[in-house]
Write a protein of this length. Structure first.
Length: 384
């Protein structure tokens, strides 16, 4: 079988619009006064047809509506997109169809519409469980509104995940521990817990560069928060199956594991990335960032991709390790002969001696001690 089949095949659909731009966010999201929903529906359907013609016969395991804030999409648009998807590919019996939502754009009728369209999993961007921190993070909802939205989602969908950010300004380890315990008391089956990172080009990035972003935890405190996160989640039965993601057994995100297991995925929408194996060659695809430009390009050419690049074996090996080593299960080195050479074995053995990785025949994974310094582990593996 082709290598991508080890991870499976998924579809990502990017909705680029938000009600406001969060100061920490470096995603391709935009605030606009009006959205022509039917124009976006038409473009998405056109792209599904194009990619479907190239990938006929593949079993689709997941669909992910990301953004932006996809819960701003009309349910009728989501319904039309899912209907076209099901007419284009055979789908797995347990296909996972996820839609990201913000608490400010949640109401029961809209969620029921998404469910009726075929969405079976929701991922909510809650980010914090107290009002002062939500305000600092630029969120438009209160903690109370987040809880109301979560209750609506839990009443409509069997599978609901939500995101929290930790290592926030002024946050202590004890405060994060208490907040995490509260989150676990609410959680259904999955939590995404991200350490705040300051990205260039964001409002937080600009403030940090100017020395005006104060109160961030130091490296030791941030490391303690990461350790607390792993311990508390594991004790609650939400094991860390990936660096930032925790789930009850059997409830891991199918879509995200396609990325991390280095499967194939098609990306549709402004700025969307994809990895597609066509004719035995894996390609990287990328769409232009501008929503207006992307929409016009699809209308004009029938193709939303800006670039499609054939990946060399070295490219693929690097991506395979960068993605797969994030998983607790690690990677199967047998998928790439370059990872079974004497030179690479020497790198692995050095990391084993340091207690950073484990090897069981061809399965390589990062230890609990290695995960907080995963970037350093990856540099050691990938350094020529």
């Amino acid at each position: 079988m082709e290598d991508w089949a080890h991870g499976g095949f998924g579809l990502y659909i990017h909705w680029p619009f938000c009600q406001a731009k969060c100061p920490y966010c470096d995603f391709n999201s935009h605030v606009v006064a009006q959205i022509d929903q039917k124009a976006w529906q038409s473009a998405y359907l056109s792209e599904i047809d194009r990619i479907g013609a190239e990938t006929q016969g593949r079993v689709l395991r997941s669909v992910f509506f990301g953004g932006g804030t996809p819960s701003l999409m009309d349910p009728d648009v989501v319904d039309a997109v899912i209907t076209r998807i099901r007419a284009t590919w055979p789908t797995a019996n347990n296909i996972e169809i996820t839609l990201e939502a913000n608490p400010t754009s949640v109401e029961a009728g809209r969620f029921a519409g998404y469910r009726d369209a075929g969405v079976n999993r929701v991922s909510m961007g809650i980010q914090a469980l107290n009002d002062p921190d939500l305000k600092v993070l630029g969120r438009l909802h209160t903690a109370g509104e987040a809880m109301q939205a979560f209750e609506i989602a839990r009443g409509v969908f069997d599978r609901v995940s939500f995101d929290l950010i930790y290592a926030r300004q002024g946050q202590s380890v004890a405060a994060w521990e208490a907040e995490l315990q509260q989150a676990l008391s609410l959680a259904v089956d999955h939590l995404s817990l991200y350490q705040l990172t300051i990205e260039d080009g964001t409002a937080f990035g600009d403030r940090y560069a100017a020395g005006k972003l104060r109160g961030l935890p130091d490296d030791d405190n941030a490391a303690d928060m990461y350790a607390v996160t792993q311990d508390i989640c594991a004790a609650a039965g939400f094991n860390g199956y990936e660096v930032s993601n925790h789930a009850a057994a059997g409830c891991e995100s199918i879509h995200n594991r396609i990325y991390w297991r280095y499967g194939d995925y098609a990306g549709i929408g402004p700025g969307a990335h994809g990895r597609l194996t066509l004719g035995g060659q894996r390609h990287a695809t990328e769409a232009q960032l501008s929503p207006v430009g992307w929409l016009a390009q699809v209308r004009r050419t029938g193709n939303g991709d800006l670039v499609r690049t054939a990946l060399t074996q070295d490219d693929q090996v690097s991506e395979f390790l960068l993605m797969g080593m994030r998983l607790a299960e690690g990677v199967d080195l047998g998928r790439y002969p370059a990872l079974l050479t004497g030179e690479f074995n020497n790198k692995i053995n050095g990391l084993i001696e340091l207690g950073m990785v484990l090897r069981d025949e061809n399965q390589l994974s990062v230890t609990a001690e290695g995960r907080p310094v995963l970037n350093a582990v990856l540099r050691a593996l990938l350094d020529d």
